[in-house]
Design a protein around this ligand. Structure first.
Ligand code: ADP
Ligand code: MG
Length: 316
């Protein structure tokens, strides 16, 4: 199979019902209609073999995760994901691998009505770069920079499971608990469902890709504020509590790869936001408050306030 047959067979065939793609895969560039009243959000993430995923993983999972981490960035801005461009570097054109990859891509894209609009295919060490375009009503994009002292800090879902799964990657036998944790690592769920509540109420938002301490710190730095977390309020995944009793809070505070959202809301809007969130299946938890004094602190169950070390994942 040559490069063009490969693109046609595995990628051009992925269906889409979007009518805003004037011209998709097959020309020199895609041609897209941006609906009036909308702004374009653009995000890119690269996943490199043995760094972000293991090349021995099912290609379905590799593709699925590659899409979700990008969708998560659009979700953190309050947007709707729309158009996806895929740059794929492969060591070889293995048809079984490509078939699973296309299935995982399709599965994740389908959940959000995303169209594959183009990309690039090259030979080299396995890596996947996705550029995802999203749409947002003009002026409603949620930035990291909008948090103000007194704002309440919220987190969606429960934290720490994906980071715990990473510590178990080399174990040959998997218990049922480990299988559940692995699912959290392989199949994160981007929180696009929160978009309406975020657009209406959030003053700032970020997705938790590197760990709560590190990502909340990005909000603080962009907003020129600090934050005080309430340690006993941090939502810890129940299996992290069960398996890592003593270190559970460390996994929840500093563990990456959960792709939950962290966002802030003005105290006077909190009640209304909670009403809006009630209609969703995803739980959101209050975890602390934005402070005028910069830096990240946490209150322990005894009421003592201490600085929090920022320990998220860094490539360099
Ligand atoms: P060009 O030489 O103009 O860069 P390519 O030969 O790289 O074009 O790609 C041909 C068409 O196939 C383009 O429309 C491109 O967007 C699309 N394409 C290439 N690789 C992929 C891929 N992995 N997934 C989806 N579309 C792809
Ligand atoms: Mg090209």
């Amino acid at each position: 199979m040559n490069e063009f047959e490969l693109i046609n067979h595995f990628f051009k065939s992925i269906p889409s019902s979007r009518n805003d793609v004037v011209l998709g895969i097959g020309d020199d560039a895609a041609l897209l209609s941006i609906p009036s009243g909308k702004q374009l959000l653009v995000t890119t993430d690269t996943l490199v073999a043995e760094r972000h995923f293991l090349s021995c993983w099912d290609a379905f999972d590799i593709a699925y995760k590659s899409v979700m981490v990008n969708v998560s960035d659009i979700a953190a801005m309050g947007g709707d994901p729309a158009w996806l461009s895929l740059s794929l570097t492969l060591q070889e054109a293995d048809e079984f691998w490509l078939c699973r990859f296309a299935q995982g891509l399709n599965d994740a894209m389908n959940q959000f009505d995303i169209a594959l609009i183009g990309g690039d295919t090259t030979r080299g060490p396995l890596s996947i770069t996705i550029t995802l375009h999203g749409l947002i009503p003009v002026g409603q994009g949620i930035r990291r920079s909008g948090a103000k002292p007194g704002d309440r800090i919220y987190v969606s879902g429960e934290l720490g499971a994906a980071a715990l799964a990473v510590t178990m990657l080399n174990e040959s036998e998997q218990t049922s608990d480990q299988a559940v944790l692995m699912q959290k690592l392989l199949h994160p769920q981007a929180r696009v469902d929160l978009k309406d509540a975020l657009r209406s109420y959030a003053t700032s938002a970020i997705d938790i890709s590197d760990g709560l301490s590190s990502d909340l710190n990005h909000i603080c730095e962009s907003s020129q504020v600090g934050a005080c977390l309430n340690l006993s309020d941090i939502p810890i995944h129940p299996l992290v509590r069960k398996i890592q009793r003593d270190k559970a809070i460390e996994f929840a505070l500093h563990g990456g790869d959960d792709y939950e959202l962290c966002f802030t809301v003005r105290p006077e809007q909190e009640e209304q936001m909670l009403q809006a969130l009630k209609k969703l299946t995803i739980s959101c938890y209050p975890v602390g408050i934005i402070t005028a004094e910069t830096g990240l602190t946490a209150q322990d169950p005894a009421g003592r306030i201490k600085p929090v070390q920022i320990k998220g994942y860094r490539h360099f």
